[in-house]
Ligand binder design. Structure first.
Ligand code: ATP
Length: 372
């Protein structure tokens, strides 16, 4: 299945007048993988998904599924199924007939399609409700009917546009597990558009981070979270402090960087950098420790606490270190409550010299389209 359900997006652009909703995107999604597309509102995720589904045609570029050029093929003949955000169930039809609908359109005989629909309802654990109509179901159950309906045509690729957004937090977490289980069982490619970072990280084999119509980074969740490509990806995925400064000294690819607020940091930069270069780097918020020692030399900061939020297993401290962005430290709750801090307190924070990660990409945006 994996070769047949691989997707290659080659130099695809979709323009609406002067707006390039998707701008020269190149992307491979491996067959049988779970791909999450994430990015702020208006970044082009849905447009890209709809082009893969065949609901929109690219202005230029090609889309291949399993090596076949499907760029201009109709929705029914490219082996994809799209599950809509609002589920789009027929209110007057039973669950069986809702699920069987895709086969009816294909001219499959009534008994055959009803039997197949019952199999699909069983797969999503709703066979016992097969004769109900959608209004007699909970939100989570309706979502599972929509899934069964999308899967009945045996697609190679299932496309999901914000599938969990209508559910409450509890159901969202439950359905997330079910989606992953289904994808594992079926072995087909899932492409899931989401706004929610933890959802993308929890589900995906590949996370595609978009901004203003382009793919900013496409990689494993671990890579995107721990080794973001650019300040934008680091800020969007969260969990990091984005810092910048000038290289002050350099030896065999190991730099000391001075930030504008006067702190020095160790940073591995490799080759191709010179003294005086401006670099961006990140340090994870959960790698920061509070310290009493004031004569801190490198990989540290001092500032005034501007907010304290208890998060259960850790405490989130926002610190004004004199930089444009507040510095965030996630402090282990036991360590924090041993010496609690109040807003206005001056604190010292430090972290290990190897924990700074260089950002190579230059996209410094926050992803907010209104900032243009
Ligand atoms: P959201 O998360 O809000 O659904 P998105 O990332 O899915 O956003 P798209 O729906 O793909 O974004 O839209 C990308 C851009 O293309 C936006 O600027 C949008 O206004 C524009 N756009 C999308 N569809 C059309 C259309 N049919 N006509 C004109 N512009 C469009």
């Amino acid at each position: 299945m994996s070769e047949q359900s691989r997707i290659d997006i080659q130099n695809v652009t979709k323009a609406y007048g002067a707006t390039r909703a998707v701008n020269e995107v190149n992307l491979r999604i491996e067959g049988g993988s779970y791909c999450c597309m994430i990015g702020p509102s208006g970044c082009g995720k849905t447009t890209l998904l709809r082009m893969i589904a065949g609901h929109e045609e690219p202005s230029s570029g090609k889309i291949l599924i399993g090596g076949d050029d499907v760029t201009t093929k109709g929705t029914g003949s490219r082996g994809t199924a799209l599950m809509f955000q609002n589920y789009a169930l027929f209110p007057h039809l039973s669950l069986t007939d809702n699920v069987a609908f895709g086969l009816k359109v294909k001219g499959v005989a009534k008994e055959v399609r009803r039997e197949k629909a019952r199999e699909m309802l069983d797969r999503v654990q709703l066979l016992h409700l097969a004769d109900r109509v959608p209004s007699e179901l909970s939100g989570g159950q309706q979502q599972r009917v929509a899934l069964a309906r999308a899967l009945i045509t045996n697609p190679k690729v299932l496309l999901l546009d914000e599938p969990l957004s209508a559910l409450d937090e509890f159901l969202r977490l439950k359905m997330r597990v079910e989606l992953k289980r289904l994808q594992n069982e079926l072995g087909i490619t899932f492409i899931h558009v989401t706004h929610t970072q933890p959802e993308a990280i929890a589900l995906a084999d590949q996370v595609v981070v978009m901004d203003h119509g382009i793919v900013e980074q496409a990689a494993s969740p671990n890579e995107v979270y721990n080794r973001p490509h650019s300040p934008y990806v680091a800020r969007f995925m969260g969990g990091q402090n984005v810092l910048s400064g000038k290289i002050e000294s350099l030896s065999s690819g190991a730099a000391v960087v001075m930030t504008p607020n006067g702190f020095r940091h160790d940073l591995k930069v490799g080759l191709g950098f010179s003294i005086g270069d401006l670099v961006n780097f990140v340090v994870r918020r959960d790698h920061i420790h509070l310290t009493d020692v004031a004569d801190l030399r490198r990989n540290c900061a001092t500032g005034r606490v501007i907010n304290v939020e208890y998060q259960g297993t850790f405490v989130k401290l926002a610190i004004d270190t004199g930089s444009r962005e507040e510095f965030i430290a996630y402090i282990n709750d036991q360590a924090y409550f041993a010496t609690p801090k109040a807003v206005g307190d001056v604190v010292n924070v430090k972290w290990g010299p190897a924990l700074n990660h260089l950002l190579l990409g230059t996209n410094n945006s926050t992803g907010n389209p209104s900032e243009d």
